[in-house]
Design a protein. Sequence first.
Length: 121
Amino acid sequence: MSIINLEYTDIFDEQKVKKLIFSKHLINSEFKEKSLFTLLVDGKSMQPVIKDKAIIVADLSNKILENEKIYLVYYENKMWVKKYSLENKNFYSINPNFSHLIYKEDEVQVVAKVLITFTNL
């Protein structure tokens, strides 16, 4: 079995560096393994799909926008995890409590496509 071994910093656990090990087969889209990284989510704007304190795996080499896919975007000196709408040309929050968090495509820098999410690790 082919596995991927990535590290991340747990900002909720004294900045400890931790490992995320998982099977390549869990990722259902094309990716470049050397471009993968992990990020710990801090916030509830993408619940229930991505929960607060979940770990996401994203591909820095994949910035091609696809309708209804989730991306890591850079906006106003912060990183945001948002879903993309091809029709509206914007990135938005899934959680209705954060419906005000909408960013136009031309206002953000797309950092990476989110490929998989892990919760309760």
